[in-house]
Write a protein that binds this ligand. Structure first.
Ligand code: 4AD
Ligand code: MG
Length: 477
């Protein structure tokens, strides 16, 4: 076992005069003497001072950007600005050499596209280290929030026969040889012969199974990978993303919105408290990036300021019908600034969502009671018979971060909707059983994990907040 102390521990509580060993990667090497060493335990580096008497020239020449180094020495108060403690190295050992002529990552500004192609190395940069530390913190906070509030973590299947969202954007799972699958007499692929004895796909949502949990355990949540074969090549869509889906018995659409608001505010507050250095780094990164842009192209707020803003303000709550009226009455619409016309009965576009959040209300907005025609079969029909008890939480920059609803608990109404929308009542007979046998009013939502990480880190593209993004044409690593 190699014994070492983590840099974050040294910096949190520096024991001046103590001898320690640290191991990490060189983030910078100044004046052939000062190593900024980072081992991933936090944003801040430990300064390691190389002693010319004790470290020979051959070793010193191997200390390079992103080389892996072990240093043993005594912690002393630092003379230099920027840190309170530094390590006077008695011994330096190179654990991993680096050849900077062939190393793709360079200590200068690199494009996000280039770094994405080198996703196996990008985690070592300050930006991506900060992003992935925050990603971890949010995942942890999600479990903490639900555990502290009496929810049970439920694992829903990844391989399933159902299409929860009814959007048909599924990846097929099969053990067939694609060149010669068994066929039925009429020439169709015979999935009865396949591994599971039926056609299966990767799940698009754990909701339907989470409802099973809620009808027994009361309050449950899922947190797992979901897959969508939608061909949207945008900065907010992934083909493989993680979703958090709470499902709550004895809850209506209003309780659902209360939960969504409290939950996302908690997550952001958690990061503000626990990832200060990471956020400050990312905040400064955005400011540097936007310095050369004209003022109207810059973000109206700094990153931390914006997070505070979400945490400190109540979300605006409006209905879909109100939203369409506001959009049609807006200057942006009248001056032709929208690419898509806001039309009653049609889905809101990202530009409409962002108008409501960024211009109209200047805070997160929850839109509810959408037309039944644009939403999934399981949403509860409102008394008007035209809209359903659905709600979307909209954030600045990213638009929809949460989508949820009260579920249709009335058997007859649910069957009617399934028939109208061509959803098989036979395939989903177990789902109908939940209504037949001791059903209860219930509601839930899905939070796109990468969407909230995108918002919290201020990154520009969702591909940069998941370690290995899967998008149309990309499944590297
Ligand atoms: O709105 P969606 O499709 O809702 C559901 O799947 C419901 N079953 C949730 C529920 O009620 N339990 O997806 C939920 C969220 C969206 O608001 C968005 O944040 C995210 O998942 N999302 C995506 N994130 C990244 N890439 C994609 N392709 C996404 N599609 C949805
Ligand atoms: Mg949605």
């Amino acid at each position: 076992m190699m014994s070492r102390i983590e840099v974050a521990k040294v910096l949190a509580d520096p024991k001046i005069g103590e001898q320690v060993t640290v191991m990490g990667w060189v983030r910078a090497f100044r004046s052939n003497r000062f190593i900024a060493l980072n081992d991933g335990s936090g944003m801040d580096n430990l300064q390691v001072v190389v002693d010319f008497e004790k470290t020979d020239e051959a070793t010193r020449n191997r200390i390079k950007y992103h080389a892996c180094v072990k240093a043993t020495g005594v912690l002393v108060e630092s003379q230099g600005a920027g840190q309170s403690v530094e390590l006077q190295a008695d011994e330096i050992e190179i654990l991993g050499d680096i050849n900077l002529d062939t190393y793709p990552i360079q200590p200068k500004k690199m494009s996000m596209e280039f770094l994405r192609e080198n996703a196996h190395l990008r985690m070592r940069t300050n930006t991506f280290s900060a992003v992935f530390r925050i990603r971890h913190a949010v995942a942890f906070a999600i479990h903490k929030y639900f555990n502290d509030n009496g929810y049970y973590y439920m694992h829903t299947p990844i391989i399933t026969g159902s299409d929860a969202e009814g959007a048909g954007e599924m990846f097929r799972v099969t053990a067939f040889d694609p060149a010669s699958p068994p066929r039925t007499e009429t020439g169709e692929v015979d999935y009865k012969e396949d591994f599971f004895g039926k056609a299966t796909n990767l799940t698009v949502s754990g909701q339907l199974q989470a409802e099973i949990g809620a009808m027994a355990l009361g309050k449950v949540y899922t947190f797992g990978p979901t897959f969508r074969a939608e061909n949207s090549n945008t900065s907010r869509h992934l083909a493989e993303f993680w979703m958090i889906e709470p499902e709550v018995a004895f809850c209506d659409i209003h309780g659902d919105m209360d939960l969504a608001e409290d939950f996302v505010q908690y997550l952001i507050r958690y990061v503000l408290e626990h990832n200060r250095a990471d956020l400050e780094f990312l905040d400064k990164r955005i400011q540097d990036e936007e310095k050369n842009l004209p003022t109207d192209k810059r973000r109206p707020m700094g990153l931390i300021e914006m997070l505070r803003f979400v945490v400190d303000n109540e979300f605006e709550r409006i209905t879909y019908t109100q939203a369409i009226h506001l959009l049609r009455d807006s200057k942006d619409f009248k001056k032709g600034r929208f690419e898509f016309e806001p039309v009653m009965g049609k889905d809101l576009q990202a530009e409409h969502e962002r108008y409501l959040v960024e211009k109209k209300f200047k805070k997160p907005v929850i839109v509810r009671d959408y037309p039944k025609g644009i939403k999934a079969f399981y949403m509860r029909m409102n008394d008007d018979n035209e809209t359903v008890a659905a709600m979307d939480v909209l954030f600045p920059y990213i638009g929809e971060v949460i989508g949820g609803s009260q579920r249709e608990e009335r058997l007859d109404k649910l069957v009617e909707r399934m028939e109208q929308m061509d959803v098989s009542t036979e395939e989903l007979s177990w789902y109908l059983d939940l209504r037949k046998f001791g059903g209860a009013p219930h509601a839930g939502f899905g939070l796109g994990f990468e969407r909230i990480i995108l918002f919290i880190t201020g990154m520009g593209n969702i591909r940069d907040v998941i370690p290995f993004p899967r998008t149309p044409g990309n499944a590297e690593f």
